[in-house]
Design a protein around this ligand. Structure first.
Ligand code: PMP
Length: 439
């Protein structure tokens, strides 16, 4: 007989008066709420961005870890430096060299995934009300951090070549005119999450010039840069500008996210602040994880492994694009990403991706509605589709289900008028939308 007394549940609003003001911005993301449903086996999830690590050589990783414990256990299981393990920082500079970055290991700070790097950078730069310029759409996890630190996010438009320089100029001008302070531009130049697009080479120089002119720091978030399908790694923004760029990298997509190892490469003075912020957050990033990643990089053909990942993701991208071409109504638009994990799909006018989601989940397919990727409520007629995790067959089945749901939705909505004004990935027609109104 269970004699454990029932645990009293405090009312949800019991603590509300005591929370810090910044917690008002901490709300569960749409992705998070979805994970519970989308992880049921009968649902084809095109929602989450989990890397597919089934191809990793677990025997190699396992023996590297057991050697690590046998040979360096007392060090691996001890506290370490707040900046990160020196040998790993050296290896990180080699990884970044693939994207044209020449850096010194002293300027690298290891973090708990690049997610923590976004958090630390925000922590050291943002006062409540400061502005961060983000692409439209932008990575939901970064938007969550900016919100938690009470930053004001101003979006700047993208098209198929990535961030539009003119949109960036306009965003900067509108913030300056409102007398607000722009602390940084947050950008994902390669194989964007969620938009799937890549910043063109010509635009890279222009974006760097604009930011230099306006004294805007760049936070270059690049977890997917080595996952291009048909091309060599693209030259990073940081490769051409050492002073004005903080570069973020991660082993989550090129090795495994479970180790939670990412990094920031920052100009020297910023690096010092980041280490102090890291020490106050965690004392030090996990020594064991860092040494495991370092051992993997030393003992395994990690570049060969990345090549395998690229081929696997390319096959999945092809499966998704073929399925969309075959099955989606002609009035939908999507891009064909040449790397990374994501396709950004825009629905026909009048269809709201968020409203449609419960019906999609009932039809056993999940996606992330576009609104998750905007700080200002836009994105309702778009969605992010991930092709990274399911098999090509499941992707096809997922798109088949999605097309069925959409067709039913279009019939249902046929009587409704045009949709709300929409922003997304498409030709740039100037920028005049809620969210630029900073008054
Ligand atoms: N930035 C972007 C653009 C991402 O997509 C992700 C993960 N989805 C992260 C940062 C965080 O990754 P991690 O903390 O695993 O390095």
């Amino acid at each position: 007989m269970d004699i454990t007394p029932a645990r009293p549940h405090p009312r949800l609003d019991t603590y509300v008066d005591r929370y810090a003001a910044r917690t008002a911005g901490m709300t569960a993301s749409e992705i998070r709420a979805l994970f519970a449903v989308a992880s049921r086996p009968e649902v084809v999830s095109l929602a989450g961005g989990m890397p597919n690590i089934s191809g990793l050589p677990l025997d190699v990783v396992g023996s590297a870890i057991s050697d690590l414990i046998a040979q360096q256990g007392p060090i691996a299981m001890q506290y370490g430096s707040g900046q990160g393990v020196p040998e790993l920082r050296e290896q990180i500079t080699e990884v970044m060299r693939l994207e044209g970055i020449e850096a010194h290991p002293d300027d690298v700070v290891v973090t708990v995934g690049s997610q923590q790097a976004v958090d630390l950078v925000t922590r050291i730069f943002i006062d409540p009300g400061d502005v961060v310029i983000c692409e439209a759409p932008s990575y939901v996890g970064a938007l969550g951090v900016f919100k938690a630190y009470q930053a004001e996010v101003v979006h700047a438009e993208m098209d198929s070549d990535g961030l539009v320089p003119e949109a960036l100029r306009q965003a900067i001008a509108s913030v300056e005119a409102a007398g607000k302070t722009i602390k940084f531009l947050y950008t994902i130049p390669n194989f964007h999450n969620p938009a799937g697009v890549t910043l063109s080479a010509a635009r890279r120089t222009e974006i760097l010039d604009i930011c230099r002119q306006h004294n805007v720091l760049i936070l270059e978030d690049n977890p997917y840069g080595l996952l291009g399908f048909d091309r060599e790694p693209i030259r990073a923004l940081r490769a051409d500008e050492a002073e004005n760029v903080i570069y973020l990298g991660s082993f989550s997509k090129t090795f495994a996210p479970g180790f939670r190892v990412g990094w920031a490469l920052a100009p020297h003075p910023v690096r010092e602040k980041l280490v102090l912020a890291q020490e106050s957050a965690t004392l030090c990033p996990p020594q064991f994880s860092q040494m495991a990643v370092s051992a993997y990089l030393s003992n395994h053909d990690w570049q060969g492994q990345i090549k395998q990942f690229r081929e696997m993701y390319r096959e999945r991208r092809d499966a998704m694009i073929d399925a969309l071409d075959d099955m989606m109504p002609a009035s939908c638009r999507w891009n064909v990403p040449d790397g990374g994990f994501y396709v950004w799909l825009t629905l026909p006018p009048g269809i709201d991706a968020k409203a449609m989601l419960p019906r999609a989940v009932t039809a056993r397919v999940a996606y992330v509605p576009g609104t998750a990727f905007f700080a200002d409520g836009f994105g309702s007629s778009s969605m992010r589709l991930s092709f990274c995790y399911p098999t090509p067959e499941r992707i096809r089945e997922g798109v088949r289900r999605l097309a069925g749901v959409l067709e039913a939705e279009m019939e249902l909505r046929a009587t409704f008028g045009a949709s709300a004004p929409e922003r997304g990935i498409g030709p740039y027609h100037g920028y005049d939308a809620p969210g630029t109104d900073l008054s």
